[in-house]
Design a protein around this ligand. Structure first.
Ligand code: CTP
Length: 415
């Protein structure tokens, strides 16, 4: 099957030119370049995907170095892995030396040696990700599909390439569910059986790698689908016995998306995911996933604030009181509680803090306060605190109001 027409149709002209330039330079070096993985899958599905991965039969780093010398591209090379990134003004291209992989033991990173395109495709996770398109001029656009990926796309199936796939690399358990839910596919029957069989193999995967896969799930449009499916398949308890993928999570994730920009969503999803955890549960989870310090603080804050929410469930709270109750918490923990809490009063207070109170600053600076007779040190600290409190409570509207209050405080202090 030839996909030249689809490539020309789907890829932006500029990107196409870059790819053709690379392939042309490769040909002169006696190398062949292929488009592989997700971009081929999405091209066949008709979905836009400009994240191109190129596989080179031969040394990809040397080819990328040559391309960088003759173009505006910035080069980032990893000699050890035989991979390189070419960064152009509007696009980035990933090049990798075609490789053969062998797994010494389950969960270990594979031993890698240079190989052919076929070697490179057979080491991959699923048939739908194990296709390539030739970019060489003599067979430009030809689909290379040794594992019937195209047929699986048509049957809407996620299928592994061999029975040891999940035990070689158990992150594929999470990946399988991510693709299944993103594409609205199903796990092929034997793949589903092997996935369930190999769930215990998740124990062979480091915390960083599991966390990374969860982060990839959190980048999906509706990650709650994958979370629910992971629960249904019995995968979640292997990560933490306290994890749930129920309707509550689905509803809160949906609400989170309407509030947060995609770049900040991941931490918010994490905080919602652990909302029903005990202290012990959270410690286990943080350790298992090797959660970094900032996110770990946010997750702890989420639970600490949850137990303190009754303090905010009152109608007569002054804004300054709300501010003092919340200022120590990570904003994402406050956001998680605003989403999770059923009390509209609590919700209002948390939102008031997030949208307004935390940004309130007085306009007068230290120099101006000195000119009003307030001396630097504890005295100024005290005045600043009073001014800030009054401003939070809406008692100071203008700079003149601030000056007036500061002056009266300075006179009081003199006495
Ligand atoms: N891959 C794999 N096993 C893994 C991770 C990745 O076989 N544990 C292979 C797959 O063939 C995948 C390719 O490496 O297609 C690139 O991986 P990645 O960039 O994570 O996925 P994409 O295919 O680009 O798909 P998407 O970004 O749409 O998720």
């Amino acid at each position: 099957m030839n996909l030249a027409r689809q490539i020309e149709q789907y890829l932006p002209r500029q990107l196409l030119e870059l790819v053709k330039d690379i392939s042309g330079q490769a040909a002169k070096r006696g190398q062949r370049v292929y488009l592989v993985g997700g971009a081929v899958r999405d091209l066949l599905l008709g979905y836009p995907n400009f994240d191109l991965d190129l596989v080179v039969e031969g040394d990809a780093v040397k080819l990328a170095q040559q391309v960088a010398e003759t173009s505006q591209a910035k080069l980032l090379a990893h000699h050890r892995f035989g991979t390189a990134k070419l960064r152009y003004e509007n696009f980035t291209l990933d090049l990798a030396t075609a490789r053969r992989e062998t797994y010494a033991k389950p969960g270990a990173l594979p031993a890698v040696t240079p190989g052919t395109l076929k070697d490179d495709l057979v080491r991959r996770d699923f048939s739908i990700n194990a296709m390539a398109i030739s970019l060489a001029s003599n067979d430009y656009g030809e689909l290379v599909d040794p594992h019937q990926g195209k047929s699986d796309l048509e049957r809407r199936l996620v299928r592994i390439l061999h029975p040891g796939s999940f035990s070689d690399d158990a992150t594929r358990i999470l990946r399988a569910v991510r693709y299944e839910q993103r594409l609205g596919f199903e796990l092929e029957t034997q793949t589903a059986q092997l996935l369930k069989r190999d769930i215990p193999m998740l124990n062979t995967i480091s915390g960083d790698r599991i966390r990374h896969e969860l982060e990839l799930i959190f980048k999906e449009k509706q990650p709650e689908f994958a979370v629910r499916r992971l629960a249904e398949l019995g995968v979640l308890p292997r990560i933490s016995p306290f994890l749930k993928g129920d309707g509550w999570i689905a509803e809160k994730f949906d609400r989170a998306r309407r509030l947060k920009k995609p770049a900040q969503l991941s931490s918010l999803y994490f905080c919602l995911l652990i909302y029903s955890f005990s202290e012990k549960g959270i410690e286990q989870f943080l350790a298992r996933l090797n959660i970094p310090a900032k996110l770990s603080r946010a997750m702890h804050d989420t639970l600490r604030l949850k137990t303190n929410l009754p303090l905010l469930d009152k109608s007569s709270l002054k804004p300054s009181k709300i501010y003092y109750l919340l200022r120590e918490y990570e904003p994402v923990a406050i956001q998680a509680n605003a989403i999770a809490s059923d009390s509209s009063m609590v919700h209002r207070s948390l939102q008031l803090f997030l949208t307004k109170l935390r940004y309130v600053r007085i306009s007068l600076n230290g120099e101006e306060l000195k000119r009003l007779g307030i001396s630097a040190g504890p005295e100024m600290g005290k005045v600043l605190q009073i001014l800030h409190k009054a401003k939070l409570d809406g008692e100071l509207k203008t700079r003149a109001d601030e000056k007036k209050l500061a002056l009266s405080l300075s006179l009081k202090l003199e006495r």
